[in-house]
Ligand binder design. Structure first.
Ligand code: MG
Length: 311
């Protein structure tokens, strides 16, 4: 049975806003804590109900997110809004519990070399390492999301077979994850790849209603990949306001799918998201002035031309 409460209405799509964490993590310019808090509050004002706001990795490993506690302390609780955080290990979980976080995310990948480069252990070891973390989080009543990177391709290994990501997804569900976010980390997936992956996942018995898709627009395929996901029953998609966060493997290239572009397409298809697109543009404009590049969201750029917003 599905663990996702939102899965009843097929016309509803859940947009998980990951800009404050996944987006900012990949930005060179350090953003001040009060600006982050104002940005996150503006995203919640826009109607986004699930916002990944920070990460409890070691402060030295991602300096941009070393203010995790201060960001969370600055966010008053809101009815129906979940502020989640990435947790790499037991120490990170302790910090998340102390900060009052209700949802955490753990992370691994479909390809062993990527895991070794990122968290300095093998894929098998990373899954074993998360067993006590997920168990302890669940004892604290937390919801747990599992990220699987490099599902459609790996910067070190190249092509990744659907079976690799599916096997990791099954292990994370068995560990106690409520939801999985399957990531196209280097933005290589084509619509054909996504269709094949989702057909393989369904055949393998993965619950599609508990799967989120996390696309990067590096090669311009993110939105069409979303469409294929919708056609195969996926109703949860990750995105970042403004398209925040470049591609860490291709400097200057586009990374995360932009929330504005995703919402524009979803609303045009008749899906309900509960999110006010104009208010997401307003949230993005708060962060735009802080960065050393233009926000890549196409919708944001069009809205900026019309309303004289900052790039
Ligand atoms: Mg991403």
């Amino acid at each position: 049975m599905s663990r996702n409460a939102d899965s009843g209405d097929r016309r509803h799509v859940t947009v998980v806003e990951v800009g404050p964490r996944d987006g900012l993590q990949n930005e060179r310019v350090r953003v001040a804590t009060p600006t982050k808090i104002a940005f996150i509050e503006a995203l919640a004002d826009a109607g986004l109900r699930r916002i990944e706001v920070t990460s409890f990795v070691h402060p030295r490993s991602i300096p941009q997110l070393q203010d995790a506690e201060a960001v969370l302390a600055g966010l008053p609780a809101r009815d129906g809004v979940t502020y989640s955080a990435l947790v790499p290990n037991g120490r990170g979980l302790e910090r998340a519990i102390a900060a009052g976080v209700k949802e955490i995310a753990v992370f691994t990948a479909a390809s062993d070399t990527f895991v070794r480069h990122n968290i300095h252990m093998g894929l098998r070891e990373s899954l074993d390492h998360f067993v006590p973390v997920v168990a302890e989080a669940r004892r604290h009543g937390m919801r747990v999301r599992g990220y699987v990177s490099t599902v459609f391709g790996c910067p070190y290994e190249g092509a990744v077979l659907p079976e690799q990501g599916i096997a990791v997804a099954k292990e994370l569900l068995a560990l106690g994850c409520d939801e999985l976010s399957m990531g196209d980390t280097i933005g290589v997936a084509t619509p054909g790849d996504v269709a094949r992956w989702l057909e393989a996942a369904r055949s393998a018995g993965l619950p599609i209603e508990d799967i989120a898709l996390h696309f990067h627009d590096t090669r311009g395929t993110a939105l069409v990949n979303v469409l294929v996901g919708l056609q195969h029953g996926v109703r949860i998609f990750d995105s970042t306001a403004g398209g925040l966060g470049g591609c860490p493997y291709a400097p200057g290239a586009s990374g995360n799918l932009a929330t504005e572009d995703l919402l524009y397409a979803l609303h045009g298809l008749g899906y309900d998201t509960g999110v006010d697109l104009a208010k997401v543009v307003a949230a993005s404009s708060l962060i735009a002035t802080q960065l050393d590049h233009m926000l890549p969201s196409r919708y944001y750029q069009a809205a900026r031309v019309q309303a004289c917003l900052p790039v």
